[in-house]
Design a protein around this ligand. Structure first.
Ligand code: ADP
Length: 331
């Protein structure tokens, strides 16, 4: 399988914050690949590095064989990037907006006219050709932004939370548009902090938290694997300090995706292993001196795992069972 996007040990540090922590990702051509994780997981940073807007602190990323470090100009030719916020463009009509970016990409006038017309058709904004950009609905602005990312006919689209702030109907329209783009041969990398939004649309996903990949792969494969995996609930004898020490111990295990300490002292573990794996984990925990009182295993699906691994600091942040926002609201 040919990989059109590949990151190797990709790392980004902002002063003391490790935003991306040695990320290895392989994305095959023609995929709709979802990056999913709570706010602050590192999604925007990853996409900005791939878009050559940020330089990695270590590691590298290649798009269509070009390195973001050594050959950013070649990368820019093959990617279309849509940031998570739409800039303000006063007094600019829809067609002028796209025409402007066509100029930026050096498209000659005749070609620009054709491209603008085709893109407006594609994103269903042809009737809004002469409307002012600021009069468009949020969903329309989002589609216009997507058209902007497509002006130079890139192979790879990098979309940062494109569905955020859209009403349900606009979400459905966006999803259909992305499927259409995939049928046109584009590879799409899309981020969201809402798993169900991506689960349905994407061919593959990576669940990320604190700049690391917790699980990744084809959606169906992950779901199958997670049916084998589980959430383990463990309690140990002693005070909060003992529980935290036990949590930290569990988190170091290679088969543990994440371990969090709940208010009632329960350690909740996102576990990748099978039954034999949890038997091994329990035996090792006891050998290591942890005074385990209970060690229970609950079956889990993708959503449950996502909630387990992401809603660590503020369990209350999970309101409707779908949105996970650890640090305030989404942009
Ligand atoms: P996400 O897109 O998943 O919400 P980000 O990539 O925006 O995550 O942020 C990842 C981490 O890096 C967060 O802890 C965030 O606070 C931090 N961060 C992002 N941008 C900056 C910056 N310019 N300076 C310092 N820290 C930053």
């Amino acid at each position: 399988m040919s990989h059109i996007v590949r990151t190797t040990g990709l790392t980004k540090r902002y002063n003391r914050t490790l935003a991306v922590a040695g990320l290895d990702l392989d994305i095959a051509e023609g995929e709709i690949f979802g990056l999913v994780g709570p706010n602050g997981a590192g999604k925007t940073t990853i996409l900005r590095i791939l878009a050559t807007l940020l330089v990695p602190s270590a590691g590298d990323a290649e798009i269509a064989g070009a390195s973001v470090r050594r050959n950013p100009n070649a990368v820019r030719q093959v990617i279309g990037y849509m940031p998570d916020s739409f800039g303000v463009y006063d007094d600019m009509k829809v067609w002028e907006y796209l025409d402007f970016f066509g100029r930026c990409h050096g498209l000659p006038a005749a070609r620009r006219r054709r491209v603008v017309a085709d893109l407006l058709e594609l994103v269903d904004l042809a009737p809004k050709r002469d409307a002012y950009v600021q009069t468009l609905s949020r969903g329309m602005q989002q589609r216009l932004c997507l058209a902007h990312a497509l002006v130079h006919d890139p192979q790879v689209l990098l979309l940062d939370e494109p569905a955020s702030g859209l009403d349900p109907r606009a979400r459905v329209e966006l999803r259909e548009l992305l499927r259409e783009l995939r049928n046109l041969g584009k590879t799409i990398l899309i981020s969201s902090h809402i798993l169900p939004e991506l689960e349905e649309l994407c061919t593959s996903i990576a669940i990320i938290d604190r700049g690391r990949v917790l699980v990744s792969g084809r959606v169906a494969d992950i779901e199958r694997r997670l049916r084998v995996g589980a959430v383990l609930r463990v309690r140990v004898l002693g005070d909060g300090e003992a529980a935290e020490a036990a949590r930290a111990w569990f988190e170091r295990d290679a088969e543990v995706a994440a371990a969090s300490l709940l208010d009632d002292g329960t350690i909740e573990i996102g576990f990748r292993g099978d039954d034999a794996g949890s038997a091994r984990l329990l035996a090792e925990a006891i050998s290591a001196g942890l005074r385990v009182i209970t060690f229970a295993r609950a079956a889990s699906d993708l959503e449950e795992l996502f909630l387990q691994v992401t809603a660590v600091d503020e369990p209350d942040a999970v309101k409707d069972g779908t949105a996970v926002a650890r640090k305030g609201a989404a942009a």
